[in-house]
Write a protein that binds this ligand. Structure first.
Ligand SMILES: [Zn+2]
Length: 277
């Protein structure tokens, strides 16, 4: 099995596991690959075999070109460029958040990453940063993994409103690269009123919507679509007793009783239906 195909299989297996907790596929090829893949984390700790360095603002990371090349077409070019002849080549990633670079390298060897332990981070913001770095360096599997972690880390209660606004801000700062995440965030904002859309917007959300008119536009469009969907569910019935026309959402059940706000009496769905056109 070619190494590239092996990586694809491992990526699929790992994402599948994260998503559904299903077991790894037990094809002969993958069984053979697992011992090789399980040796990768140890490789990260083995500096003697490393042949490439990634520089970050907090230090240098010793890595292996072959692994970088397999994961990232962007880093593959850097590994393959002018550095080829030098025994210990390097790339400067000091313009990226050091914690994200470190987690990306960790991902390349472990097919997973964790939140940094040594600094306080907003989990959903960090995962957006990871999706972003995955997109920028074309590490598709990392972008997918970050998206799954991101969705699980979004706050839903009022004390997470600031964190949610910060997450929206970073995602909409990179709305082109993170189109799917932005779309997810808009739906999430409609579904979770404590951090998202409610009668009274949280000041942090208000601020981020003022900063990103495209976010405000997306929220408005999503609200309008939802309103139209609800309207399509409205059904008008004439009261079996008084002359009031009552509106219900969805179809009435024959043996369930529904109240008329005109005569204040309850009638079965069957009765409501029999007096209506
Ligand atoms: Zn009535």
């Amino acid at each position: 099995m070619a190494v590239n195909a092996l990586f694809k299989a491992a990526r699929h297996a790992i994402l599948h596991t994260m998503d559904t907790e299903a077991q790894l596929p037990t094809t002969t090829c993958l069984e053979g690959a697992i011992p090789v893949l399980s040796g990768l984390p140890a490789l990260l700790a083995n500096f003697t075999l490393s042949d490439f360095t990634i520089k970050t603002t907090t230090g240098s990371l010793a890595v292996h070109r072959v692994l970088l090349s397999l994961h990232s077409s962007v880093l593959a070019k850097a590994c393959d460029g002018d550095f080829r002849e030098t025994p210990q080549a390097s790339i400067d990633l000091v313009h990226e958040p050091a914690a994200c670079v470190k987690a990306m390298v960790h991902y390349m060897y472990h097919f997973d990453y964790d939140l940094p332990e040594d600094e306080e981070v907003n989990a959903s913001v960090f995962h957006v940063g990871m999706a972003l770095i995955g997109d920028k360096y074309d590490v598709a599997a990392l972008k997918d993994a970050a998206s799954i972690k991101f969705k699980a880390s979004l706050p839903t209660t009022a004390d997470g409103a600031d964190a949610f606004a910060e997450t929206l801000d970073l995602a909409y700062d990179n709305a082109v690269a993170l189109r799917d995440l932005c779309k997810y965030l808009v739906t999430f904002a409609l579904d979770n009123s404590e951090v998202g859309v409610s009668a009274q917007f949280h000041p942090a959300l208000k601020k981020v919507m003022q900063k990103h008119p495209d976010l405000a536009m997306n929220v408005t469009e999503a609200m309008y679509t939802r309103m139209k969907e609800n309207e399509a569910q409205y059904r008008k019935y004439d009261c079996p007793h008084c002359d009031r026309a009552e509106v219900f959402i969805g179809d009435l059940q024959a043996h369930t009783y529904y109240k008329c706000r005109g005569c204040e009496c309850r009638y079965s769905g069957q009765m409501w239906r029999s007096t209506s056109k």
